[in-house]
Design a protein around this ligand. Structure first.
Ligand SMILES: Nc1ncnc2c1ncn2[C@@H]1O[C@H](COP(=O)(O)OP(=O)(O)OP(=O)(O)O)[C@@H](O)[C@H]1O
Length: 246
């Protein structure tokens, strides 16, 4: 089940440095929101707040009407541009670890039948991203695109309600990117998860999602560049039957 996200007058500052100012937004469950904006305007900070890694300085963040948990949890999955996977674990062990940490957070291990079930889930997740032939390979033996597929499987296996993607394809070659676009869209259509994806590629932003948000700093004080933060300057519904239906 995917989640509705609501921001009410959200501000984020680091000390005196205002990064994001007064964001208000309602995102329907099952939306695919792409985020674009100049470097340093706070897109990653926005994702970190949704993840629960950063708290808003002011305002409220709600998931399905309830305050968003103040720490990361399995209901919100994240994939970064790089380094999301553990190099010393095989593909299947990487995915299994995510499940073990979610289900047995203190021990970090499952045993017996629970472990066998978790392993089967991990294999299914790897199959869903096209890595069925690489179950026992280590990340350094995988291409960049395959590593990102692994990172996506590691996140999807926990059946998140919100998927946060921070330039997940930014480091990949154009041909591989096309394959990844097809993959992420089919996963979105199949699961109906609510997606937020940061990208530097405007075309990617326009073609992948169901809604495009542009972040920009519109207020400037030349004597105090840190006094104002970025706002959402464009909120564009894209021509794609809005939400995915799971
Ligand atoms: N933990 C932190 N402490 C202090 N300042 C921070 C912290 N994290 C981010 N910032 C500042 O917040 C601003 C926004 O950073 P953020 O990474 O969110 O931007 P971005 O839009 O994702 O940039 P890019 O597109 O280059 O990845 C930057 O000025 C950054 O220096």
């Amino acid at each position: 089940m995917s989640a509705t996200i609501r921001l009410e007058n959200v501000w984020k500052s680091y000390g005196h440095d205002v990064v994001l100012e007064n964001l208000s937004l309602e995102v329907a469950a099952g939306s695919f929101v792409t985020l674009v904006g100049a470097s340093g305007c706070g897109k990653t900070t926005f994702l970190k707040m949704l993840l629960g890694e950063e708290a808003p300085s002011r305002g409220r963040l709600l998931m399905d009407g309830a305050p968003l948990p103040g720490e990361p949890g399995p209901d919100r999955g994240v994939v970064f541009q790089r380094y999301s996977v553990f190099p010393h674990l095989t593909a299947v062990q990487n995915v299994l670890l995510g499940l073990e940490l979610a289900d047995a957070p203190w021990l970090g291990r499952l045993f017996g039948a629970a472990r066998r079930t978790a392993r089967a889930q991990a294999v299914t997740a790897l199959e869903s991203v096209g890595l069925e032939h690489a179950l026992d390979k280590y990340p350094p033996e995988l291409s960049g695109g395959m590593q990102q597929r692994l990172a996506i499987a590691q996140t999807l296996v926990k059946d998140p309600r919100v998927l946060l993607l921070d330039e997940p394809f930014g480091a990949l070659d154009p041909g591989i990117r096309q394959d990844m676009h097809a993959l992420i869209q089919s996963l979105w259509q199949r699961t109906g998860v609510t997606v937020f994806m940061v990208t530097h590629d405007l075309q990617e932003g326009f073609t992948l999602g169901s809604r495009l948000l542009v972040f920009d700093k519109v207020r400037h004080d030349p004597h105090a560049p840190e006094a104002y933060g970025a706002q959402i300057t464009y909120d564009i519904p894209l021509d794609r039957n809005a939400e995915a239906s799971p």
